[in-house]
Design a protein around this ligand. Structure first.
Ligand code: GAR
Length: 210
């Protein structure tokens, strides 16, 4: 059983999708063992509590730098014997200590089809504002392994979502979550926990179910 930590910063709807998938028995060989929030009072912590999952706070404001925060997070993850780290609406860029401690064992969900609308400055609602301003007709979500480059790691799953006339950033954000993020994130987590993902360079191969 892989022990999973979900790192969050806000509302936690992707966390909820993982909790619901676990309740349906769809996180095969995985168990959400901890939720770690970068903000005290994040609604995601309430979701964790309701599901009986231990919640922790490692707040950015308590550290002098991203590096010190990352080191504190790594220490917590090791103490909790975590095997898979999931960034689900986690709004901080972690330093290389995280990737070095968990090589190809950190997943991130991004609300666009990478390599579009990603990298520094592209997070949360801003991603959808920028997609609408550019005039693309299709967007979506990506789940990828985290490496040293923001949103630059090997891609595991993607799902496209149409942009419709009259969309606002909020409306589009909700459609991307409902039609893509909440589906592909639990799927990718389950594939990881079943040992069905292999990475060669940028390419992720998904093995057939035994
Ligand atoms: C989600 O859309 C997630 O993809 C995005 O923030 C939102 C968090 O919502 N993450 C990023 O932009 C990271 N670059 P949630 O807290 O309800 O899951």
């Amino acid at each position: 059983m892989t022990r999973i930590a979900v790192l969050v910063s806000g509302g936690g709807t992707n966390l909820q999708a993982l909790i619901d998938a676990q309740a349906r028995g769809e996180l095969k060989n995985g168990e959400i063992a901890a939720v770690i929030s970068s903000k005290a009072g994040a609604y995601a912590l309430e979701r964790a509590e309701k599901a009986g999952i231990p919640g922790y706070v490692v707040a950015r404001k308590d550290f002098a730098s991203n590096r010190e925060m990352t080191q504190a997070l790594v220490a917590k993850l090791k103490e909790l014997d975590i095997g898979l780290v999931v960034l689900a609406g986690f709004m901080h860029i972690l330093t290389e200590e995280m990737v070095q401690s968990y090589p190809n064992a950190i997943l991130n969900v991004h609300p666009a089809l990478i390599p579009s609308f990603c990298g520094a400055g592209y997070y949360g609602l801003h991603v959808h504002e920028k997609a609408l301003a550019y005039g693309v007709k299709v967007t979506g979500a990506t789940v990828h392994f985290v490496n040293e480059e923001p949103d630059g790691g090997p891609i595991i799953l993607q799902k496209a979502v149409d942009i419709l006339p009259g969309d606002t950033p909020e409306v589009l954000q909700h459609r991307v979550m409902e039609q893509a993020e909440w589906i592909i994130l639990p799927k990718a987590v389950s594939l990881f926990c079943q040992g069905r993902l292999s990475v060669e360079g940028r390419i992720v191969q998904i093995k057939e179910e035994n």
